[in-house]
Write a protein that binds this ligand. Structure first.
Ligand code: FMN
Length: 125
C-alpha cells in the first residue's frame, strides 16, 4: 500500500515505480477513518520548503498505520536540506515507527527559485 501526494507528477511517477496503483492522499484525506493495514505502507511526496507538504503532514498526524514496514520516498528539485530528519521527527511525533526514508532528485518546479537564480532584475543606478 503506497500513498502519494503530487503537485506536478514527479512523486506520482516515483510512486508508480514502486506500486502499480498508489493511492492519492487528497482523495482520502477527507475520510473520517484513516486506519490502514498492510504488510508495508509507504508515502511518496514532494519536498516543500525542506518539509513534507501540509496535507501530507495532516495525513500522517490523523492516520493510523498498522504495518511492520512504514517508509517514505520524498522528491525534490534542488536542495533537500534536512528533510529526511524532519520527516523522521514528524513520524516520531505521529507515533509512526518509520523504517526507511529517502530523497530523490527530480525536475525542479519551484518557480520562485528560478526567478531568483536566473531572472533577477538588475538595477544599474
Ligand atoms: C511550494 C514548493 C516548494 C518547494 N520546495 C522545495 C525545497 O525546499 N527544496 C527542493 O529541492 N525542491 C523544492 N521544490 C521542488 C519540488 O520538491 C520538486 O520539484 C518535486 O519533485 C515536485 O514533486 P511533485 O511533482 O510530485 O509535486 C518545491 C516545489 C514547490 C511547488
Amino acid at each position: 500500500m503506497l500513498f502519494y501526494f503530487t503537485g506536478t507528477g514527479n512523486s506520482l511517477f516515483v510512486a508508480r515505480q514502486i506500486e502499480e496503483h498508489p493511492i492519492s492522499i487528497p482523495q482520502v484525506i477527507h475520510w473520517e477513518n484513516l486506519e490502514f493495514s498492510a504488510e508495508r505502507i509507504g508515502v511518496a511526496a514532494p519536498i516543500y520548503g525542506h518539509e513534507v507538504p501540509p496535507m501530507v503532514k495532516e495525513f500522517l498526524k490523523r492516520g493510523t498505520f498498522h504495518t511492520d514496514y512504514f517508509y517514505m520516498v520524498l522528491t525534490y528539485g534542488n536542495r533537500h536540506g534536512g528533510t529526511a530528519e524532519l520527516a523522521k521527527q514528524l513520524c516520531d511525533e505521529c507515533g509512526i515507527a518509520v523504517r526507511y526514508i529517502n530523497v530523490i532528485q527530480m525536475m525542479d518546479n519551484w518557480l520562485p527559485g528560478f526567478v531568483k537564480r536566473y531572472a533577477r532584475p538588475r538595477r544599474f543606478d
